[in-house]
Design a protein around this ligand. Sequence first.
Ligand SMILES: Cc1cc2nc3c(=O)[nH]c(=O)nc-3n(C[C@H](O)[C@H](O)[C@H](O)COP(=O)(O)OP(=O)(O)OC[C@H]3O[C@@H](n4cnc5c(N)ncnc54)[C@H](O)[C@@H]3O)c2cc1C
Length: 401
Amino acid sequence: MSKKIVIAGAGIGGLCAAVALAKRGFEVVVYEQSQQLGEVGAGLQLSPNAVHVLQALDIADKVKAKAFRPKTAVMRHFRTGKTYFTVPLSDVATEKYGADYLHIHRADLHTVLKQSCEELNVPIFLGQAVQSYHQTPQNLTIQLANGESLEAGLLIGADGIKSKVQACMFGQTPAQFTGQVAWRGVVEANKLAKGLIKPNANLWVGPGKHFVSYYLRGGDLVNFVAVQERSDWQKESWNEPGDINELRDTFSGWHPEVTELLAASEQCFLWALFDRQPLEQWTDQNVALLGDACHPMLPFLAQGAGMAIEDSYALAHCLANNNNTIDALKTYQDIRLTRTRDIQRGARKNASLYHMTSSIERAKLAVLSGLSSIGLSDKVAENKLDSIYEYNIVDRLNSLP
Ligand SMILES: Cc1cc2nc3c(=O)[nH]c(=O)nc-3n(C[C@H](O)[C@H](O)[C@H](O)COP(=O)(O)OP(=O)(O)OC[C@H]3O[C@@H](n4cnc5c(N)ncnc54)[C@H](O)[C@@H]3O)c2cc1C
């Protein structure tokens, strides 16, 4: 069987896996359906658990040079601005978790990963969609959408939420519309009153909606994600334009930090949020899934890209430490399944808290608000985030027997 590893998808997960594998000496090629690797999406929050991997791959400094390091994560009431909790980030996070908490434009992270692939001589073929695969104990054949086929030793499906590799493995997991949409956009910071946007991960929560804003590119850009419960929009695409006036109307009456940011925004994108049940299996002999292809998650813990990054490192480590590919892929799946499933579920739960959906959630917020006035809510929030941020996949794998 060929030794070549084929990765379907040049997103964050696919490129990060390509770097991790090439650094371990594997022969890797990437096939990407898009004709060009463009500036899709907007900001990403990269918590220390993901940054540990970037450090191990020697690209953390390049990422940091293009990123913004927030001071705190703060959750506030949508209208009054009353603080529910503040979790310290910047130096406190770096010291506590051993890696930075960063905000980065997706395109900037993508550029760093792409450059790293170039330095490692990993070819990226654009405009080449992987359609399906067929395998016997002796051969793995990958079919491309253009009718060509190729032989490989291993196929990694890093082809995102509508993964063709997953569809070929078990049939596509049905997606359920959550009844929520996310509006996204970026605004140049110099178009806003100085000091309007605080240098934090700013989260505003209100009935049926929440709003997140933070700086990118060293403070030159402000990114926003506005989530609304709404059932009349079901397109799941990063590139669907939204109506900025409609977005402004949707959040009218919110705190001036939100409304003034939207007033200065010229365009936005609209993305329907779908949910999928966690998978029980991610591998099929010499084929494995990674990132959104196996654990797409709602963005309410800001961990989707982080989990794809953790997966990449784990996959490369398992393959480098086991000559039997099928066993290595099983170990990879065992290491990653529970972690990603817990985070998928945690993200889902946050939606109801942020949107004050039920009387229980409203009571929780009232408790947080009460604890905040005596200085205790910060600790509650910090403890909750610790289990996500303090996880260091690099150390964990290195300490395995
Ligand atoms: C509103 C919103 C905000 C978010 N914020 C954050 C955040 O702050 N932090 C965070 O960590 N995550 C965040 N996420 C999640 C994060 O964007 C995803 O989890 C992450 O991009 C997944 O990476 P991936 O490589 O698995 O998939 P993708 O980034 O989707 O990449 C898949 C790639 O595969 C290509 N492809 C698809 N099909 C094929 C095929 N058949 N053949 C070849 N190529 C193919 C696609 O073109 C694409 O390039 C957010 C998501 C949303 C919706």
